[in-house]
Design a protein around this ligand. Structure first.
Ligand code: NAP
Length: 313
């Protein structure tokens, strides 16, 4: 429970791996820390991931278990957590105190860390919005079970699309991965795994045109960009995994964002405004992985400690 009127050294918005890594380092450095999380399930995107096999020391850990492990570690260090949805943040130049207004309360701190992560992008094809919850999904591990012994497609060619297709192949009769190019972007190790599965087909150079159905999804209409051939893939489920969109609305008007909405911040996680930091998938960076998100926490706290030495009365 957050203490009313307390001015925390650090307020962290978001409790995915980046927010948790920051909370761990900040609490361990003796800073008073409050983490505001939208839902009580700490872990961000990873809680919807079946298995994470590339985090050092935790081979093959389930995403949910990983989030829980992170939370237990941070709790032990003494960071405070509150469940609330922040609606606005104010950062004034003449005042060292940053204020975040939530649905339930208002929180004050000397430093603010944006750790809201990123969400799945929409594809923007006809039928996509109409059939959400009726066959169109953005989360295979959440919704895959509804398509047991049915045919599905996964759209995309990155790590998420390939992981989703592998996961669905274990549940569904047949999975078609629809990718717009002739080469996948996903890590080679999971590509090999996918291509070895007998009930998976990859539709290369193929773009999705529309989702068709009546009460529920019945087919995906696609065309081949090289031959122009159009075809209908009869499926019950369409899983869309075409990248991420940063959840950076709160930072708009506060610090600089790039043209895709990522908060501009380097390895030290400093944004264009002093005392305001961005960690994990929400900031401009080359590699968005759990391990790099957690590592951002150490860097942000290092920057914040220097800043706090000057501003704290
Ligand atoms: P991503 O790596 O950006 O891949 C997006 C995929 O969607 C690409 O193959 C892209 O095609 C395709 N795409 C984008 N817009 C499209 C459109 N309009 N129509 C059709 N296809 C479209 O995104 P992601 O797979 O969501 O992964 C997000 C980040 O999380 C990545 O950095 C990834 O490495 C990371 N991640 C890590 C792990 C892990 O550590 N185990 C697991 C999952 C994700 P092109 O290839 O042609 O651009």
């Amino acid at each position: 429970m957050a203490e009313a009127d307390k001015i925390y050294d650090m307020l962290i918005i978001g409790s995915g791996p980046a927010g948790m890594g920051t909370a761990l380092y900040a609490a361990r450095a003796g800073l008073s820390v409050l983490v505001v999380e939208k839902s009580p399930m700490s872990g961000g995107q990873i809680i919807n991931t079946t298995e994470v096999d590339n985090y050092l020391g935790l081979p093959g850990i389930g995403g949910f278990e990983m989030g829980d492990t992170f939370r237990q570690h941070v709790d032990k260090m003494g960071a405070e957590f509150v469940e609330d949805e922040i609606e606005s943040v104010s950062v004034t130049e003449d005042n060292d105190i940053r204020i975040a207004k939530g649905r339930s309360s208002e929180y004050k701190a000397y430093t603010i860390v944006f750790a809201m992560g990123a969400n799945r992008s929409k594809l923007g094809i006809p039928g996509e919005n109409e059939f959400v919850g009726r066959g169109v999904s953005y989360c295979a591990t959440c919704d895959g079970a509804f398509f047991r012994n049915k045919d599905t497609v996964v759209i995309g060619g990155g790590d998420v699309a390939v992981e989703d297709a592998i996961y669905l192949a274990g549940i569904c009769t047949r999975v078609t991965l629809v990718h717009r190019r002739d080469e996948l972007r996903a890590a080679r190790s999971i590509q090999d795994n996918l291509l070895s599965l007998e009930n998976v087909e990859v539709a290369w150079d193929t773009v999705s045109d529309s989702v068709k159905g009546d009460a529920k999804v019945e087919a995906l209409l696609v065309h081949n960009v090289k031959t122009g051939e159009e075809r209908e893939i009869p499926v019950s489920g369409v899983f869309i995994a075409v990248g991420m969109k940063p959840d950076s609305k709160l930072a708009e008007g506060i610090c600089y964002l790039d043209e895709r909405g990522y908060i501009i911040a380097g390895e030290n996680c400093e944004t264009s405004v002093e005392g305001v930091y961005a960690v994990g998938d929400i900031r401009t960076k080359e590699v968005r992985q759990v391990i790099t998100a957690v590592a951002d926490g150490a860097c942000a706290v290092n920057s914040a400690e220097k800043y706090l030495r000057n501003v704290k009365k």
